[in-house]
Design a protein around this ligand. Structure first.
Ligand SMILES: NC(=O)C1=CN([C@@H]2O[C@H](COP(=O)(O)OP(=O)(O)OC[C@H]3O[C@@H](n4cnc5c(N)ncnc54)[C@H](O)[C@@H]3O)[C@@H](O)[C@H]2O)C=CC1
Ligand SMILES: O=C1[C@@H](O)[C@H](O)[C@@H](O)[C@H](O)[C@H]1O
Length: 341
């Protein structure tokens, strides 16, 4: 056990429990050393059967538990800033789920805190960068064979949204993935957002503006559109088509099994992200563990987390006002001059 990276997992809900299973059974080089959740029963349930793990209701206490050398934050977004700053104070490497910090002012405080330390401690959980299809698309665009990307057309559909999901969360939780993916794929910042609101689907909870159509502009004149529909009822579908000067490339269609029987062929559609992006989460967490054991941090950085929050915040204002809203980014600290994109 001594050589394994001891991880404190903060938040034992939907994705936290899945990451605990992943650290225990899929990823090599790590073990779960502590689990924290204000809901003690949930923490205990997620830690059941694991050896040498302590359970806590106080997330900060978990950081000081025996054997903890790294932190995986899987609590709700508003709790991330406190957890990140506590991990930074202890110089612990962190993998923090998206959104890094939902409000851009808090996100900037995290950037400033890490920049003051002068080295990277946090990787942000934008797992699409670890998905095989997204990586192929990125390699194709970087190769330049299709020319300059002009547009990205994106689809992001969930079967249903969890209780308490708000209209703003379609932008700052769900579309935060497309915001990061677009910045990464295009190598450009997003500069303005417009959000259109079609008549809500009868399948959406009362009052939820679902679906939405989000349009981003980029610093070098590309456009990115996203249909986000979190109560579509029929499947988890994430697609992205890049339209370039000399061709187009689309991902997200074939991540499925085709069953042929009785004269018809039927395609199975993933029902949630834990299935669709299972491999990406595995690669993301393995990369984090491997880097932490080498004393490094790689992958999406806190600047990416901040930029996503600033763009999403502009998006929420665009949703509320019906207007185009420009994105206002703070100056990028020297530590993030080497672009993680
Ligand atoms: N990368 C991805 O695809 C996904 C990312 N997420 C992100 O992961 C985070 C958690 O989401 P879910 O697991 O879906 O939520 P959830 O609501 O299922 O679980 C959150 C858990 O955190 C606990 N909690 C609340 N405050 C806490 C605190 N201060 N410290 C520790 N635990 C606390 C809650 O009691 C609950 O058990 C969110 O930021 C969400 O956006 C969630 C799903 C997928
Ligand atoms: O991060 C995620 C959730 O929090 C979000 O609510 C879903 O819309 C995304 O598909 C999923 O990847």
């Amino acid at each position: 056990m001594g050589d394994l990276l001891g991880v404190a997992v903060l938040g034992a809900g939907h994705i936290g429990a899945d990451h605990i299973r992943r650290l225990d059974r899929v990823v090599s080089g790590a073990r779960v050393a502590a689990v924290a959740d204000p809901d003690l029963d949930r923490a205990k349930m997620a830690a059941a059967g694991l050896a040498g793990v302590t359970v806590h209701t106080d997330p900060v206490a978990a950081l000081d538990a025996p054997g903890v050398a790294a932190v995986l934050i899987a609590s709700p977004g508003p709790a991330h800033e406190e957890a990140l700053l506590a991990a930074f104070a202890r110089r612990l490497p962190v993998l923090c789920e998206k959104p890094m910090v939902p409000d851009s002012t808090g996100a900037l405080r995290v950037v400033e805190a890490e920049a003051r330390i002068g080295r990277r401690l946090a990787q942000i959980g934008f797992m699409r960068r670890y998905d095989a299809e997204y990586r192929r698309l990125k390699a194709l665009l970087d190769g330049g064979g299709l020319g300059r990307p002009l547009m990205l057309h994106c689809t992001h559909r969930n079967v249903s949204s969890p209780a308490g999901f708000t209209s703003a969360m379609l932008v700052n939780s769900s579309v935060s993935h497309e915001i990061d993916a677009a910045r990464w794929l295009l190598g450009q910042e997003l500069t303005a957002v417009t959000v259109l609101r079609p008549t809500p689907s009868p399948g959406a909870p009362e009052g939820l503006l679902d679906p939405q159509f989000v349009l981003f502009e980029t610093e070098r004149g590309a456009l990115v559109d996203v249909e986000v529909f979190v109560n579509c009822g029929f499947g988890y579908q994430v697609r992205c088509e890049a339209v370039c000067e000399a061709g187009s490339a689309r991902i997200g269609d074939e991540h499925t099994m085709v069953v042929t029987t009785g004269g018809t062929a039927r395609e199975e559609v993933a029902q949630d992200y834990l299935v669709r992006f299972a491999d990406a989460y595995d690669r993301e967490v393995q990369a984090w563990v491997d880097a932490a054991r080498r004393g490094q941090v790689t992958g999406p950085d806190v600047w990416d987390g901040y930029a996503a929050s600033a763009v999403a915040e502009a998006g929420v204002r665009a949703l509320d006002t019906g207007r185009r809203v420009a994105v206002d980014l703070a100056p990028r600290p020297e530590l993030y001059a080497v672009d993680s994109r």
